[in-house]
Ligand binder design. Structure first.
Ligand code: SF4
Ligand code: SF4
Length: 260
């Protein structure tokens, strides 16, 4: 009955996610089903622009069948609060849907088997921004979208690959062992708020015109105007009311070829 309130596409999406979640809950495709109490499905806003991907449920999450309710969940909520983001605004899920014994690292065959569900979630939710939390989720997403892992400093960097924006951040569990990463992690989670919306100047910005008339590639628009607009040089000049050429790029460089 409730489904009748939604347009057909939305209904199909809700039904497809429900169907997927049913499969996850009774999955026995790998050894991890033997010790789990609950296989965890994704949670949150299925229409969100942003999908956060954690590694796997912990003990408390496994018992309750809910994501991020244990110690790392407390840290997660604190980080979201700092960033002014509510759980209802985002979709959160795991790379591995069942608890890993003694919180050990996921094995390659487990990632390969279980990621089938994550891949389906990405197709159904269609997030604009994918946020892997921690090393294993980041490594999987980098492989999936063909991003080379050639730096040890990937958390807090913004990537655009295969039409998806990817912003890896630290897993909140990293904060359970001390505060050494607190400042950097908090800064990265605050950036999520920026990535939740496009630049307020976009409707009247010359970059929109250049992009729509085919003079400018999509990557600039996705990385800045519909992505990290806070890092755009032009954005800050607009805010200060400083004049700048229309053909100034978001990184402050001047592209004379765009001059009308
Ligand atoms: S970890 Fe994934 S593949 Fe393995 S049993 Fe759980 S849901 Fe199935
Ligand atoms: S170029 Fe900069 S100011 Fe213009 S819309 Fe993009 S992010 Fe905003």
């Amino acid at each position: 009955m409730i489904l009748e309130l939604f347009p057909r596409d939305a209904q199909n999406k809700i039904e497809a996610i429900a169907e997927l979640n049913k499969k996850i809950r009774c999955c026995e495709k790998c050894r991890l089903h033997e010790i789990r109490k609950n296989a965890l499905c994704g949670e949150g806003n299925t229409d969100s622009r942003m999908m956060l991907i954690a590694q796997a449920p912990g003990e408390k999450e496994d018992l309750a069948g809910k994501m991020f309710i244990g110690p790392s969940g407390k840290k997660f909520d604190e980080l979201l609060l700092e960033a002014d983001i509510s759980r209802n605004e985002i979709y959160i899920t795991n790379l591995i849907k069942c608890r890993l014994p003694k919180n050990r690292k996921p094995k390659q065959d487990e990632i390969q088997t279980c990621s089938e569900y994550l891949n389906k979630e990405i197709i159904l939710i269609e997030p604009e921004v994918i946020v892997p939390l921690g090393y294993h989720a980041m490594r999987y997403i980098f492989q999936k979208f063909g991003i080379a892992l050639n730096s040890s400093k990937v958390f807090g960097k913004f990537y655009y690959a295969q039409e998806k924006k990817i912003f890896p951040v630290q897993h909140p569990a990293a904060l359970c062992y001390g505060d050494s990463l607190l400042e950097e992690t908090t800064k990265n989670y605050k950036k999520l708020k920026v990535l939740m919306s496009e630049c307020k100047w976009y409707p009247c910005c010359s970059l929109k015109r250049y992009y729509e008339t085919g003079k400018l590639g999509k990557k600039w628009v996705e990385l800045y105007c519909r992505g990290d607009w806070e890092s755009c040089v032009r954005y800050h000049m607009e805010e200060r009311g400083e004049p700048h050429p229309d053909w100034m790029m978001p990184d402050g460089s001047i592209d004379e070829s765009l001059r009308d």
